[in-house]
Design a binder for this molecule. Structure first.
Ligand SMILES: Cc1cc2nc3c(=O)[nH]c(=O)nc-3n(C[C@H](O)[C@H](O)[C@H](O)COP(=O)(O)OP(=O)(O)OC[C@H]3O[C@@H](n4cnc5c(N)ncnc54)[C@H](O)[C@@H]3O)c2cc1C
Length: 370
């Protein structure tokens, strides 16, 4: 029986593990943390995932996710437009969603090594050896689902890791007067902030900013008051919300550089293969979709002795590029319209006056059901 080791238990890792284990494949996830835990994420999931999640009994309906079908875009000045979201989405915290998927993975028979970090992967003679601080694990297949930036990227000497990235992400959960069906994207100088509801009527506030904004001020709170509050819509929500975390979740060095779908025979899924800019609200849908395609090919590799590793890697790379490359490129281009007073005003005016352009932009960053 073939053994699969998955490095990283986020969306891509957990969903791949469930699909593989349900086919009788032996799967182990190595995850640095233990569930449940908070992560920096806007927590808005595109509806393109619903059919897939329902088909696999993985839609977290019992946790009452928010249903979101309107989009508000504001410029740095606060000038804004509200429009319907063609596809729409739902809101659920990663704290709840990842824990829900973790329980499904356990039920499917997935083994976990929690609070453990993969430190090295050696491939030799059709077999992998995955090393943590205390263990060496053998595997026939390794899936790299270790997210946007990991020690594994350094070990594998992936080229993007050498370039510094200026982006910092910050997240809060709050209680606020935010309409349950609305996702807002507010610009501020040097960044943008998403606001949308999650389960239990709570609201997620999550923003991406340039690190220069943070360096200029003594604390994140001070920077928010000086920079984010210049957009009156952001000032209103920050001033009136009841903050539920003692301090924000923060991550830095968020990179949108291109990566590869396969490195040293490790099949990369989710952000480890390529990260879309968060303003598209599509990273989790892409991680789920990648989990589906990598699992289908790994199942074939495990079941069909004529399907070689070389074919597996070539077909995965080809499928990954066909499905995701264009979206990542579109996300990078659209991000240029954000975080700047003039460009964000252009974006809002385009959305107001040339609605088909706004719809085309949304379509280009989202996929179809899978
Ligand atoms: C500011 C911001 C806002 C966002 N907002 C949204 C949004 O609203 N909607 C959306 O769809 N997407 C959003 N995203 C993107 C989304 O969060 C990611 O695309 C998604 O989490 C990718 O899932 P993943 O499984 O690839 O990685 P992750 O969910 O990041 O999981 C990776 C896991 O690997 C573990 N790990 C890393 N290295 C190791 C190691 N060496 N050994 C063991 N474990 C390891 C980590 O602990 C982590 O649990 C946002 C991203 C950012 C930065």
């Amino acid at each position: 029986m073939k053994k699969v080791v998955i490095i990283g238990g986020g969306i891509a890792g957990l969903i791949s593990s469930i699909l593989l284990a349900r086919k009788g494949i032996q799967v182990l996830i190595i995850e640095k943390k233990s569930y449940p835990f908070h992560r920096v994420c806007g927590e808005y999931i595109s509806n393109e995932t619903i059919a897939f999640l329902q088909q696999h009994n993985l839609f977290p309906g019992q946790h009452n996710p928010a249903t979101i079908d309107r989009f508000q875009l504001s410029a740095v000045s606060g000038k804004n437009v509200v429009m319907p979201l063609d596809l729409g989405g739902f809101g659920i915290s990663r704290y709840t969603l990842d824990n829900f998927l973790y329980k499904h993975a356990k039920d499917a028979g997935v083994n976990f090594l929690l609070n453990a970090e993969a430190e090295q992967v050696v491939y030799h003679g059709e077999e992998f050896l995955v090393k943590t601080a205390t263990q060496s694990l053998h595997a026939d297949i390794v899936i790299g689902a270790f997210g946007k930036r990991s020690r594994m990227d350094v070990v594998l000497e992936r080229s993007f890791i050498r370039k510094r990235s200026p982006y910092v992400g910050v997240k809060y959960h709050v209680r606020a007067e935010h309409p349950a069906d609305l996702i807002a994207l507010h610009n501020f100088s040097g960044g943008y902030c998403g606001i949308s509801n999650i389960e239990d009527g709570k609201t997620n506030i999550c923003y991406l900013t340039h690190r220069d904004n943070i360096k200029k001020y003594k604390s994140i709170r001070e920077m928010e008051e000086a920079v984010l509050h210049c957009n009156p819509l952001l000032k209103n929500i920050f001033r009136n919300a009841d903050f539920l975390f003692e301090k924000p979740e923060v991550i830095n060095e968020i990179s949108f550089e291109t990566k590869s779908a396969v490195t040293d025979h490790i099949l990369m899924a989710g952000d480890a293969a390529g990260m879309i800019t968060p303003l598209c609200g599509n990273g989790m849908a892409m991680a789920m979709h990648a989990a589906k395609i990598v699992s289908e090919l790994v199942i074939r590799f495990c079941e069909d002795k004529h399907f070689s590793r070389q074919q597996l890697e070539a077909i995965y790379t080809q499928q990954w590029n066909r499905i995701f490359s264009q979206r990542l490129w579109a996300g990078r281009q659209i991000q240029k319209l954000f975080g700047n007073a003039w460009a964000s005003n252009v974006a809002v005016n385009l959305a107001i006056h040339v609605r088909p352009i706004a719809n085309t932009i949304m379509r280009n960053t989202h996929g179809d059901g899978f």
